[in-house]
Design a protein around this ligand. Structure first.
Ligand code: ATP
Ligand code: MG
Length: 271
């Protein structure tokens, strides 16, 4: 599919465009030569939609997400958020990084409140909200522990709370559930979907789990192996709120099978 054919879907077009990538690409200069991580991505993301970036390991998903976060500058093309060019970090975004990046010398509660501290604000008025979030993800009695005392999955849940505490309009989630066991993972997918029901948030979810992408998203952007491009955008027309029954529905299974065969045809999966 050529770039010209990559038009926003009807669902995306119905919402006001919020994030707009125009031929955004990233080539890393390394000691052994250049690495084209993201070839060129042209994509419009509507306000309030959840889109998954789905692709094999190393295809440039994190790079693409960090470009949107303003933490990595594109080497070709560019992008805007709400019409403003992205040229540096944006504190209005909530980001969950692939590695949890918790500070071991601070308590769990202090880690959740870190965004306020970084902005030089008083975090005390947000303590109750932080405790409520921690309790919601099953960490009610862990507020005063240090991150090194927690399991990988628990740490990731703290990182998710830290992204949520600012009530951001845009959430960037880089494999936020990867370190979680299967049960917690499923619960967190439900919780994140539910947390976004009270107020629509624009969410970009990086994952390499096909069922997770289908369950969470309004659209799934299928990425090719490096140098990556978005190969196809699949619109997920499943009713919300999504719940356990969603996963058991025939339509859900059909989306998973369809995307699975797309990856097989791209040579990412071998039968
Ligand atoms: N800072 C860097 N310097 C050089 N090359 C990099 C850098 N960061 C990433 N890369 C390369 O760019 C490519 C894309 O990396 P990226 O982390 O974006 O992939 P990914 O899709 O998020 O992978 P995964 O699913 O394993 O997290 C890889 O080949 C990686 O080696
Ligand atoms: Mg990654």
């Amino acid at each position: 599919m050529s770039l010209a054919e990559l038009r926003p879907t009807d669902a995306g077009a119905a919402n006001a465009a919020l994030i707009d990538l125009r031929r955004a690409g990233k080539t890393y200069a390394t000691k052994t030569g250049e690495v084209v991580a993201v070839e060129e991505v042209t994509l419009t993301i509507g306000a309030g939609e959840t889109i998954a970036l789905l692709g094999p390991s190393g295809c440039g998903k994190s790079t693409l997400l960090m470009m949107i976060a303003g933490l990595i500058a594109p080497t070709t093309g560019g992008l805007t958020i709400a019409g403003q060019p992205v040229d540096g970090p944006n504190s209005q975004l909530g980001v969950v990084f692939q590695r949890d990046l918790l500070l071991d010398w601070k308590t769990v509660l202090e880690n959740v409140l870190l965004p306020f501290e970084l902005r030089g604000e008083d975090s005390r008025p947000h303590e109750a909200a932080a405790r409520a979030l921690l309790s919601r993800v099953g960490l009610a009695n862990f507020e005063d522990k240090r991150p090194f005392e927690l399991s990988g999955g628990m740490r990731q849940r703290v990182a998710i709370c830290r992204a949520w505490i600012q009530d951001p309009n845009i959430l960037l989630l880089d494999e936020p559930f990867a370190a979680l066991d299967a049960f917690t993972r499923e619960q967190m997918q439900l919780d994140v979907a539910r947390l976004s029901l009270d107020r629509p948030r624009t969410t970009i979810l990086v994952t390499h789990e096909i069922p997770e992408a289908v369950f969470m998203s309004d659209r799934v952007a299928v990425m090719t192996a490096r140098p990556s491009q978005i190969r196809e955008i699949v619109e997920i027309d499943l009713p919300r709120p999504r719940n356990v029954a969603t996963r058991e529905s025939a339509a859900f299974g059909e989306y998973v099978t369809r995307i699975h065969s797309l990856f097989t045809s791209l040579g990412v999966l071998h039968g």
